[in-house]
Design a binder for this molecule. Structure first.
Ligand SMILES: C[S@@+](CC[C@H](N)C(=O)[O-])C[C@H]1O[C@@H](n2cnc3c(N)ncnc32)[C@H](O)[C@@H]1O
Length: 257
């Protein structure tokens, strides 16, 4: 049975597979950082990872798939205010602006070079877009300012205490926080996924980061525990997560009067 987030969890020591992770799953994680998260890595190497993410999102259809998921979440809001955290290259926000006639996008990343590159492109000129630096763990915005906050393929970058902080912050500034991330498959499938990537990891920075992402991504029970740690009154709805990306929609229950 899946973990129900009713027990108290020592969040800093929680495995990425969650409080109920199997012994093998607990071995399939790492404290190694992706190139994207390292200060000692050449900027051009990091930019190559970001460009590869943009390219794969376009070629494999994930950018459009994720844009549809985002728009479904704001389907009832006439002129939605959407915050994209960890936008990297900004392709998702560009698609949302193209598809929605009145959505306003605040497009952000913690990495200054990514923010500068996005601001220098189409997003920097768009009348309904604001591009700025922002840390998803400490969001510089008033409570309830956004209809939706979105964090795509980025949540696994953060250790549990900071990941939980993103849930607290995202649901403070927006009615809903949508997290889309790599799925964490059962360990036999996870081993196969790692085996297909590992031979290329020493040569291709994008695959190097992909292997680490795979080892750091959170399971459904981990996501529930992180949300409960952020605030026990937070609701989390999970979708996908086996062969498709893991989708989590997180929101605070309305306060009773
Ligand atoms: C793997 S990239 C994903 C980029 C893009 N969202 C995509 O789907 O391709 C992860 C992004 O998360 C950003 N990031 C990492 N920690 C962050 C934080 N604390 N706040 C905001 N962004 C963060 C990184 O700078 C990077 O751009």
């Amino acid at each position: 049975m899946d973990y129900m987030a009713t027990e108290i969890v020592d969040i800093d020591r929680m495995p990425r597979g969650g409080p109920d992770a199997s012994c093998v799953d607990r071995l399939l994680e790492t404290d190694r950082l992706e190139y994207l998260d390292r200060d000692d890595v050449d900027e051009e190497k990091k930019r190559s990872v970001i460009r590869a993410l943009e390219w794969t999102g376009e070629v494999f259809g994930n950018t459009e798939r994720f844009a549809r998921t985002v728009l479904d979440e704001v389907a009832d809001v006439p002129d939605p205010k959407i915050l994209e955290l960890g936008a990297g290259h900004g392709a998702l926000s560009r698609t949302l602006l193209e598809w929605h006639p009145s959505a306003e996008l605040t497009v952000t990343d913690v990495e200054l070079s990514s923010v500068q590159a996005m601001a220098a492109g189409e997003l920097g000129e768009h009348p309904r877009a604001t591009v700025r630096e922002m840390d998803a763990t400490a969001i510089d915005a008033a409570a309830g300012h956004f209809d939706l906050a979105v964090f795509v393929l980025s949540f696994h970058h953060l250790p549990p205490s900071l990941a939980s902080q993103v849930i607290a912050e995202g649901t403070r500034v927006a009615d809903k926080l949508l997290i889309i991330d790599l799925p964490r498959p059962p360990w036999p499938l996870h081993l196969i996924r790692l085996a297909t990537m590992l031979p290329f990891a020493p040569w291709l920075p994008f695959v190097h980061d992909g292997v680490i992402s795979s080892l750091r991504t959170y399971s459904p029970s981990a996501l529930r525990a992180l949300a409960a740690h952020a605030d026990p009154s937070i609701d989390i709805e999970l979708r996908g997560g086996l062969f498709s990306p893991q989708v989590a929609v997180v929101s605070r229950r309305p306060q009773s009067m």
